[in-house]
Write a protein that binds this ligand. Sequence first.
Ligand SMILES: [Cu+2]
Length: 287
Amino acid sequence: MRSALVLLAVSAALAITVAACGSDDTPASTPVPTAAPTATRAPTNTPVPPTATPAPAPTTVPVVTTASFTGLGAIMTDGAGRALYIFDRDTPGVSACTGNCLNTWLVLPPGTGSLTGSSAVTARLEVITRPDGARQVTSNGMPLYYNVRDTAPGTALGAGVGGIWWTVRGDGTKVSVSLQPAPTATPVPTVAPTAGGGAARARQSIIAGFGLETFSIRAGTSVVWKNLDPDPHTASSGANSNADRRFESGVLEKDRSSAPILFATAGSFPYFCAIHTDMRGTVTVTP
Ligand SMILES: [Cu+2]
């Protein structure tokens, strides 16, 4: 009776041990998920040429390198040549871009290989773990980002956005060159052609909760945008987040208002926030 109990206890302990092993580090006993390899590279079952080297694949492509961009010079890019940015509100090792900010600015992940830069990159490269658990590459401590609008090769549409987003050189220094349209304190021609005698009407448009307003006004109305969010925003004219420079509020910090922008002619005027490009609205101007 007693020995049988002991035997039971021992076998139970054994079962637990086996179960623990199985779930932790030897998944061999559990069925292998069919999606396991997720191979973006060549499938393993294709014949490999005899000349092929053992394949330390991921480590061969540098995480960051540099490339020459019009108006910016040689700037830091990922291994595929896509522009990278740093954020003035970040501090070394800490990203201040969270929440809605991440819809426009995408973190540079370290990838699976070792963290390497090309010979043109002399900045210190490290990896931080963000509050959400994601990992992000840093250059001299500053977190590196993509801009969501840089889908075509050679574009750096985020350079100078809000006066707080910048490209970066291979040595980690900031490129203080803005490719953004300058704020238009006065109406721009297309929207307000020769509007001699002052606006008859005025309207305020509140920016809050990372939202831009869609509204209608009559021709001859001046609009003032006011930002209530703690984050800065802009009201930048353009469809699909492509600035057309018909009007531009410039960066509006919390509780700041734009200069009055006169809408003199009827039409539909889509606009967006240059800092958070998923923020969009439309001003409809009726005759
Ligand atoms: Cu914004």
